[in-house]
Structure formats: C-alpha cells, structure tokens
Design a protein around this ligand. Structure first.
Ligand code: PLP
Length: 389
C-alpha cells in the first residue's frame, strides 16, 4: 500500500494523543455532570477543567465558554438577532458579514435573508475597512443596530481578517462582533481581550480534538444569545442536552496542548509550508499560488493548476498517496468555483482548478518531502492531459 501523506488539517486534524487518552478515560468513566452523586460530580469537575483549558487558549473568562456540538453549532448559536445582557434585552436589525465566510455563517441562521449585509473583500481576500465604515454609517443613519460576524482566518485560503479593527468600529456604533475562529485557534496565538470579539466560535476537530465538539466563547459571560435548543438547563441554559463529556474532555486536552505550543508550532509549520511553496514555485511555474503576500495562517497553501478541474487534481494526488482538498472540504464534491475565490475576483478558470494543502500538529519535514515527491510524479501527467484537452 502507498505511504500516505496527510495535508488536509483544515478539513480535520488527526486526534492528538492527549485528546485520545482523555476521550478513552472519559468513556471508561460514568456520570452525568448534572447528577449530584460522586460520579456526576467527578464528571462535572472534569468538564470544568476542560472549560478552563478552552478558555485559556483564548485568554478568556471560563464562565463565558458554552460547549456545543462543533463549529457549525457555535456559529448557529451566535447568529441571532435576540440577545440579553444581564437583565437588558438587546436586539439587532442587521447581520453584517463577509463574502468569504464559511457556509455555517453565510446562512445567517436566525437572521432573515433581508437582514443580511454582505461585505466584499479585496483581491487578497481581506475585508475592506472602508466598506465596513460605509456599511456601519449607512445602518446607523437608518437607525439599524448591527451584529457583525467576520471570521478570524479563512478555511480555504488561510487569510487572516482585521478582526480587531472591525470590532473597534462595530463597538463604536453600539454593535456586537462575532468571529469564527475555527481555523485560527491553536494555529496562531489569540487573545480575546486584544481581539475585541464579543463571541468566538471554536471547533475541537480542527485542533486535534474529537469531531462533534466545539464552543461558543462569550468575552462577557453576562452576554446571552437566545438558545437554539430548549430543554434542560445545561451550559447555563444556553445549550440544553446532556453534554458530550468524552468529546468535551478531549477538546480540553487538545486545547491545552495546542495552546502550550502555539508559538513554536506557528514557526515550525510556517517553515514547512514555505519550503513546500518555494520548491513548487521553482519547479512548477504552471502552478499558481493564489494567496501569497498577505497575513495568513502559517499552515495553509491555496494553489491552482489552471485548466485542470480541482477534482481531477485531488483524485490524482490521492491515488499517489497525498491527501489534499479542492476548495472547502465541507463542500467537496461540488463542481462550482468556490465562493471565497470568486469573491476575491479570481477568474473562474483558475478558481475551478484550486486546491488546498494544509499542515498541522502531526506534520513534519518528511511530509514536505513526500508531498513534493508525489507532486513531481503526478503533475507532468496532469499537464499532458491539459495540453491534449
Ligand atoms: N467554520 C469554519 C471556518 C470551518 O472551516 C468549519 C469547518 O470546516 C466550520 C466552521 C464548521 O465546523 P464543524 O465542522 O465543527 O461544524
């Protein structure tokens, strides 16, 4: 069997050993965190430790962490026009978001379609601050209160958005800001106080926890979105339903590990990615690096081989032992150009041939060597097919 090289951490990262152990230990234990007996209290205590660990990853108050069943659910919980802050009721008239958000945000959830205001991005994939100012001005003039949602880093391109600058502007107009930090968390250092986001979405499986676990983190624990699920009073009444304790504990273990090494890993992984990109630039001038000179995650490369459908590239690389994604993994199988690249103004012929390589905690120098080996073997054949087409 061909040796496999996995460069698709933005789709999902392998479960870290610490997270796997935490998961197995929790499966071997029993106890509902809402029960008063010893087993229940042990379960509750373990979950509170996980909450501290997840909060520490963002420099946040652990009381603001609400565990969910993943990043999509965290985004869904955040995106509502109805909030409370203590006794005060807050309601929002507009969801101001960007054209490059993940589908989990772009749907708008409990905002009506006519309440969505979608900001364009520039050619490098960054939300334009002048457009933010203009939109906020327009909504303020019409007496509309804004809830903004702008991702910290993009899943397809790795581009990092100017979230702190946007948060300042939104706050100056009395709005709230949510950020989807699903791809950024554990890959770049994040300080919620410096970022200024009021709500932040996380997903465990992108940082080495188990799939089906995530969190919505409120910078101010008194801020409460209207819950999505009604039922028991778990997670301070914000997420009814018995908690997925094993996945929560694995999330805590992964968050602790990711947080402890985030700075050194950022440097290490950036060096791996640079070595790969430098070699590709030099050996294969036909490959287009779609996102280069912009603030982006250290682990993500977004490339295109114009004229060859992305699915063809992904399948050819897969057969040769290299796992990568075409556009967004969550929607792979789709044939249309990605909405992210389209919003950046990338021509359709190039966008339809885009593929993504993403490194992570388990990646090493050998992955760069093997990936280059596979690309060297596969690309000439793809180029010949393109020429013959
Ligand atoms: N937000 C972003 C930016 C993502 O990349 C993803 C998954 O790819 C999600 C949200 C959804 O997270 P989950 O898979 O945990 O539901």
């Amino acid at each position: 069997m061909t040796e496999r090289t996995y460069l698709d951490h933005n789709a999902t990262s392998p479960v870290r050993p610490e997270a796997r152990q935490a998961l197995l230990d929790a499966l071997a234990a029993t106890g509902n965190g809402s029960s008063v007996h010893s087993e229940g209290r042990a379960s509750r205590a373990a979950m509170e430790t996980a909450r501290l660990r997840v909060a520490a990853l963002l420099g946040a108050d652990p009381r603001g962490v609400v565990f969910t069943a993943g990043g999509t659910e965290a985004d869904t919980l955040a995106l509502t026009p109805d909030y409370r802050h203590g006794e005060e009721k807050l309601s929002f008239d507009v969801l101001l978001t960007s054209a490059v958000e993940h589908a989990a945000v772009l749907r708008g959830h409990r905002f009506r379609a006519d309440q969505l205001d979608i900001l364009p991005v520039d050619a490098r994939g960054r939300v334009r601050l002048d457009e933010v100012d203009a939109a906020l001005e327009r909504h303020a003039a019409a007496g509309r209160r804004v809830f903004a949602s702008v991702m910290l880093a993009n899943n397809e391109t790795g581009v990092i958005q100017p979230v702190a600058e946007i948060a300042r502007r939104v706050h100056a107009r009395g709005g709230l800001l949510h950020t989807d930090a699903v791809q950024a968390a554990g890959r770049i250092p994040i300080s919620l106080p410096a970022l200024g986001a009021d709500l932040t979405s996380l997903s465990a499986h992108k940082l080495g926890g188990a799939p089906g676990s995530g969190a919505l983190v409120m910078a101010d624990p008194d801020l409460r979105p209207a819950p999505v699920f009604a039922g028991g009073g778990q997670e301070r009444g914000l997420r009814a339903g018995s908690e997925n304790v094993p996945a929560v504990l694995a999330f805590g273990a992964a968050a602790e590990r990711a947080g402890a090494s985030v700075e050194s890993e950022q440097t290490r992984i950036h060096a791996l990615r640079e070595r790969l990109e430098d070699a590709l630039r030099c050996e294969f001038p036909e490959l287009v690096l779609l996102v280069g000179d912009v603030d982006r995650l250290p682990n993500t490369s977004c490339l295109s081989l114009p004229g060859v459908p992305a699915e063809t590239i992904v399948i050819a690389l897969d057969l040769a032992g290299l796992a990568v994604s075409a556009g967004a993994a969550c929607s792979s199988g789709k044939v249309a150009a990605s909405h992210v690249l389209t919003a950046m103004g990338v021509p359709e012929r190039i966008a339809r041939s885009a593929f993504r390589l993403s490194f992570g905690w388990s990646s090493g120098e050998e992955d760069v060597d093997r990936a280059l080996g596979v690309i060297r073997r596969v690309l000439p054949g793809l180029l010949r097919r393109r020429a013959a087409a």
